[in-house]
Design a protein around this ligand. Structure first.
Ligand SMILES: Cc1ncc(COP(=O)(O)O)c(C=O)c1O
Length: 459
């Protein structure tokens, strides 16, 4: 990395940004007195901002996306070559990278067989919601149209996805929402809702209670993150998913696993659900599929689901009547093919398990030193530390103080994340999701920065 900017003076960029950009999730009043952050360049685990300041990125592009790290020339070349050959054709036709990536992907997902392309995690989830509703119309006489979602889970930003959103602060102010989505309780044992020994089973039984309350013949599917991401890095308790599956089979409810964050190696398996023996009917994925080198998302289904959309070929309304214009962009699957090759050839899943264990060990060591750390959770290179005012009462640390820890790390040149304006009163979990290429030194640099920040913010 030469660290050079493209121009010695990018003040024009910063001013254009201040004058015309509308940043995601940002209160813009602050940019009347400070410069908006502009990220200019990235290489490996590191990014440089407009002032040339180097940061180690412990959140893979802010929102756990750049799984294979920045500056991958081979992905850029694969995309470039594909764009010159054929940049686009509508998804009603196939493409070379689209077909080849679907085959490679399905090889990693035994039991699943069909890939539907679109451009964002939200859109991939919307496809499932539409499939479930169409199955209800065509195969259940309008019954089994409701979709269960879980408190603390997030599935995207569209009105449909927000209707399936278990993070109240993300949903607030955007109603009225779509009908037909029903919430079930979260499974975070640290925030116990039942005082029982077998917590995983009890948390899953709570889903059955909701099913029985609503009526099993009204419920078509359940949408769950394998490890809840932005809702606080929640790993499921022992036995939870076994029981969830039992319940779903009992009531003929389809299982939709949202792998938008956990997919493509993040948790130390190709997909998060593969840790828990889940046999999903739908899997959605986006962020790490092409590590942000191109926009792509996938809705993957079983052949049984697919068959339900071709049972009546004479009926002009029988097939999945959905289109996504940019689902036909070939850059996405071209980048995804090369992204997958890198993960395989560089052994990044093994590295994720190794380095994930190091993050967890370092966070546990920090918990010995800083009593503000109430709980440490994680799977692979996706880890969180929940901060509390008091370990006994588990009262959450103040959101502003947690944000101060993130700010202190940023000042040290280390970008970490936190549960951000999502859960009223519970925006208190620090989040780490470094690229799967992280080395032991990178991990130690990240947790050393957190150590320093915690010492200053919570002396
Ligand atoms: C679990 C999960 N699902 C879906 C989404 C939505 O993805 P996108 O922002 O690409 O629409 C996100 C985004 O953070 C997510 O964390």
């Amino acid at each position: 990395m030469d660290g050079k900017l493209y121009s010695n003076d990018i003040s024009e960029v910063v001013e254009a940004d201040r004058a015309h950009m509308w940043h995601h999730l940002s209160q813009h009043k602050q940019y009347e007195s400070i410069d908006p952050r502009v990220i200019v360049e990235g290489k490996g685990m590191r990014v440089w901002d407009a002032r040339g300041k180097e940061h180690i990125d412990a959140v893979s592009g802010g929102v756990w996306t750049v799984n294979v790290g920045y500056g991958r020339v081979s992905i850029a070349n694969a995309v470039r070559d594909q764009l010159i050959k054929l940049n686009y054709f509508a998804g009603s036709a196939g493409s070379i990278p689209g077909a080849l990536f679907s085959k490679r992907l399905i090889e990693k997902m035994p039991g699943l067989s069909r890939v539907y392309y679109s451009n964002s995690g939200s859109e991939a989830n919307e496809k499932v919601f539409k499939m479930v509703r169409q199955i209800s119309h065509r195969h259940h006489g309008g019954k089994k149209s409701k979709i269960l979602f879980r408190d603390r889970d997030y599935h995207g930003t569209t009105i449909g996805c927000l209707s399936a959103g278990g993070q109240q602060e993300r949903v607030a102010q955007y109603g009225p929402l779509a009908p037909g989505f029903v919430e079930v309780p979260h499974c975070l044992e640290y925030r116990k809702q039942w005082d029982v020994a077998d917590y995983g089973r009890r948390a899953a039984d709570a889903i059955e209670e909701v099913i029985l309350r609503e009526g099993p013949d009204t419920i078509g599917a359940i949408c769950l993150e394998p490890v809840t991401a932005g809702g606080g890095v929640i790993t499921p308790p022992e036995g939870y998913f076994d029981r969830v599956q039992e319940i779903c089979h009992k009531y003929n409810i389809l299982i939709h696993i949202d792998e938008v964050v956990c997919g493509m190696g993040r948790t130390g398996e190709w997909f998060g659900y593969q840790h828990y023996g889940i046999k999903p009917d739908f899997v959605t994925m986006a962020k790490g599929v092409a590590s942000g080198y191109a926009a792509i998302s996938c809705t993957v289904t079983t052949e049984a689901v697919f068959e339900m959309f071709k049972d009546a070929p004479a009926d002009p309304m029988s097939y999945f009547r959905d289109i996504s214009t940019f689902g036909g962009c070939t850059a996405g699957p071209a980048a995804a093919l090369e992204n997958m090759r890198i993960i395989e050839d560089e052994g990044l899943i093994a590295n994720t398990n190794l380095m994930g264990a190091r993050v967890m060990a370092n966070l546990h060591a920090l918990a010995e030193k800083h009593k503000v750390i109430g709980d440490v959770r994680g799977k692979g290179l996706f880890c969180g530390a929940e901060l509390v005012k008091d370990r006994k009462s588990r009262e959450p640390a103040d959101e502003k103080m947690v944000a101060a820890v993130v700010g202190d790390c940023m000042a040290q040149g280390v970008i970490i994340g936190m549960t951000n304006r999502s859960l009223p009163g519970f925006n208190n979990t620090l989040c780490l999701s470094p690229a799967l290429i992280a080395t032991a030194d990178d991990i130690d640099q990240i947790t050393d920065a957190i150590d320093g920040a915690l010492g200053r913010v919570f002396p």
